[in-house]
Design a protein around this ligand. Structure first.
Ligand code: ATP
Ligand code: MG
Length: 728
């Protein structure tokens, strides 16, 4: 393939300019990722660069997997594909696995997520006897993470000597200590740890400097301080390393995670021979969509002000649907999809529903299920964050590392095995007294037969024996068999199976089955087997566990519904870098999007607007934005105010549709659930005794209807329709 085919001059330059370091500043859909991918192919095919000399990193899992897929498709004739393509975190993880000794980590270190971090923090607060009102878990988590995201932040805070800060420092130390003892590492520490390793171990640093002669970073606008410093360290001009950074200041949406747009300026100052290339032609969207995005983002200050234009025709108008409530909003979308996609046999993969917060997906899921529309959620209550999956993973973590306190605590009494809070407290007290891990404390208690009743002691012993037994066979069986055994022998399977009648629990069983599939998939497609940085087989469980955190979305996606055609649902954050023919963005309301927090200051509001810009520019052909008249938020029905972003869109690009008038554009209603138009989901109704409520479900019973209605915040009841009055 001609690697410069169809590219404009600027794009060609990015692909083939190899004398200089490059900074590509460009708007959405201008081909940034495309040229990065072509450049990788160019380096290998035209310049015979060894694939292993290439390091391509990006910020999110989704973006990384997109990059991987695109690179693969260009150089698939090379079976020994050992280019490093991945996120900063996965890169750091793999290198730390290799250099764990030098990095001061234990051999079997495992990654923990926010939840586990919180668990550790809670223990520390209790241990230090601090008032949790001042030292809230969330604040401390934020502090610890910020600490690790920026070296500058560390300096600033250690200078401040008031009691609050002194305590924070102590918590931090204690936290680090606990991580060390329990052999775990949090996400932010991964990069910091590798950075420190490079800084302190010149021979390791040199090894990788010599190796990675071509460093490419996509989504550069979202790198934080430590990531930037890390790239700077890896770059050595004496080895003729070339670095290409690609970014869009208008798409910087991770400020809250410490991303620094200033890194663009740092790069210009810190590196030699940097050439800036602007890409200004958008190839993705219709003129209407691009114009709307440009107008919206022009409301932000201090931008680099790139001009983004397109040759594309106007295309369809952007629709703005005014829904009655969140149920009507979801139903509108479901019916639209049925009418436009399913009836015309158009692939659903090309259609995305985006939202600001994960919780917004719940109602959508419910309605899509009812309409029999297949969908897939990225992120959100991600697969690996679901309760049943986390419980299983905690078993696996404990099996591979007895000292993993977070895992121990989580599953000690799940399913219930007679280990109550009293026992847990005694274990924790022993752990505190002798600085032991929870596992070690339990062994101590069992051996000394102290402090616990015979019943509790037996229960604890059985638990310890179970984990030991599961550990014994770890290397004798395949990963999926071992996971299946763990699920069954631990009692989790029976626990979730017991209540099989309820739909929710059978989903849980299905998810557990899916986890076993994912393990199989992992075995066969494992990066490690193909990668030159092979990791021994007996580490496969540990790697699988790390993978569940590192590549949460990818593993889930590829292992489950890769071949299925379904609607893509995700937060706007996770949609970055992707594109779809049709995009819905729901919940365009003040307080949701822009979110509540952002209404406090301009910096945050600007970030919300950039997020809106990202969302809008995902659409190639058709964009539909929705907002509601009222919606349930935290159990209360609230009147909604349309998002200010809607007002910022150019009037000539949009058409408005309202729930009051949209009936004729909807499908003829052949859906059984709502066969009688009199009642619909989301409808407000009145009951003599329970008062005002909202219809959640409708079931047909002979000639009547049974309605599930939510009254007040908590009361949900099934009521025959003849006992209620319609309010709307
Ligand atoms: P984002 O900012 O959203 O990450 P991007 O700048 O990385 O976007 P790409 O995803 O690389 O943009 O490209 C957007 C779309 O435009 C893709 O479908 C790509 O194939 C197409 N495209 C890019 N350049 C050209 C070109 N020269 N000719 C035709 N199509 C192009
Ligand atoms: Mg891109």
């Amino acid at each position: 393939m001609d690697l410069l085919k169809n590219l404009n001059n600027k794009q060609s330059e990015v692909v083939s300019e190899i004398r200089k370091n490059l900074l590509i500043l460009a708007g959405a859909g201008s081909g940034k990722t495309l040229v990065l991918v072509r450049r990788i192919a160019w380096l290998i095919k035209k310049l015979n660069c060894p694939p292993k000399s290439i390091l391509a990193v990006t910020f999110t899992n989704k973006a990384a997997s997109e990059l991987k897929i695109r690179v693969k498709s260009l150089i698939n004739d090379n079976p020994k594909n050992n280019i490093w393509v991945g996120t900063f975190h996965s890169f750091a993880y793999y290198l730390l696995r290799i250099h764990y000794l030098e990095a001061g980590l234990s051999k079997n270190f495992q990654i923990i997520d926010n939840d586990d971090q919180k668990r550790l923090i809670k223990r520390i607060i209790v241990k230090m006897g601090l008032k949790s009102k001042i030292y809230t878990i969330d604040n401390i988590l934020k502090y610890i993470n910020s600490f690790k995201n920026s070296i500058f932040f560390v300096k600033k805070n250690t200078m401040n000597n008031d009691i609050f800060n002194i305590n924070l420092s102590k918590i931090y130390e204690e936290y680090q200590n606990l991580c060390k003892i329990t052999e775990v590492i949090d996400f932010n520490e991964l990069i910091l740890c590798l950075y420190k390793l490079f800084l302190n171990n010149n021979s390791i640093l040199k090894k990788y400097q010599k190796r990675f002669k071509n460093i490419l970073v996509d989504e550069f606008q979202d790198t934080n301080d430590i990531q930037y410093k890390f790239i700077s360290l890896l770059y050595n001009k004496h080895y003729d390393t070339k670095i290409v950074l690609v970014g869009d200041d208008d798409q910087s949406i991770y400020g809250w995670r410490g991303a620094q747009i200033e890194n663009i300026n740092h790069f210009l100052k810190d590196f030699d021979k940097v050439k800036i290339i602007l890409l200004e032609q958008n190839y993705r969207s219709t003129h209407n969509i691009l114009h709307a995005a440009n107008e919206l983002i022009s409301n932000n200050n201090s931008r680099l002000k790139k001009k983004l234009w397109t040759n594309a025709n106007n295309g369809k108008l952007i629709s703005i649907y005014f829904a009655l409530n969140e149920f009507d909003e979801a139903e509108y979308i479901a019916k639209y999809i049925k009418k436009k996609f399913i009836k015309n046999n158009i692939k659903l993969n090309n259609c995305a529903i985006l939202y600001r917060n994960n919780i917004q997906s719940r109602v959508l899921e419910e309605i899509l299920l009812k309409f029999n529309i297949p969908y897939q959620i990225y992120g959100g209550i991600r697969f690996f964050e679901r309760q049943e999956i986390k419980n299983t993973l905690s078993y696996l973590r404990l099996i591979s590392n007895f000292n993993d306190d977070s895992a121990f605590e989580r599953i000690l009494n799940v399913p219930k095995r007679g280990i109550g809070s009293k026992t847990v407290k005694i274990i924790k007290d022993i752990s505190k007294k002798f600085s032991l891990t929870l596992w070690e404390s339990s062994i101590y208690l069992i051996k000394n037969k102290k402090c616990l009743s015979i019943l509790s002691l037996n229960a604890l012993k059985n638990f310890i024996d179970l984990i030991k037994l599961l550990r014994r066979d770890i290397n004798k069986q395949s990963l999926s068999v071992m996971i299946e055994k763990t699920i069954k022998n631990s009692g989790l399977w029976d626990m979730y199976k017991q209540n099989n009648l309820s739909e929710k629990n059978s989903t849980k069983i299905n998810n557990l089955k899916e986890l076993i599939n994912a393990a199989d998939y992992f075995m066969y497609n494992s990066l490690y087997e193909k990668n030159e940085l092979k990791i021994k087989k007996n580490n496969i469980l540990i790697n699988f566990l790390s993978q569940t955190l590192l590549e949460n979305d990818n593993l889930n996606k590829e292992s489950t519904t890769n071949f299925e055609d379904c609607i893509q649902m995700m937060t706007i954050h996770s949609s970055k870098g992707l594109e779809f023919s049709q995009v819905f963005i729901i919940g365009m309301e003040e307080g949701i999007f822009p979110n509540k927090v952002s209404l406090i200051n301009n910096t945050d509001l600007y970030e919300e607007r950039r997020l809106a810009y990202v969302g809008i520019t995902r659409a190639k052909e058709k964009l539909i934005l929705t907002y509601t008249k009222k919606r349930y938020i935290y159990g209360k029905e609230k009147k909604s105010i349309p998002s200010r972003f809607l007002n910022e869109l150019p009037k000539n690009c949009i058409k408005k549709i309202s729930y009051l008038t949209n009936k004729n554009i909807l499908l003829n209603n052949n859906n059984n659930l709502i066969s009688n138009k009199k009642y619909f989901i989301g409808q407000t109704v009145l009951h003599q005794v329970f008062g005002k409520g909202i219809i959640l479900k409708i079931e047909k019973i002979k000639n009547n209807k049974k309605l599930q209605i939510k009254f007040n915040d908590t009361v949900i009841k099934w009521i025959m329709s003849n006992y209620i009055q319609i309010l709307i």
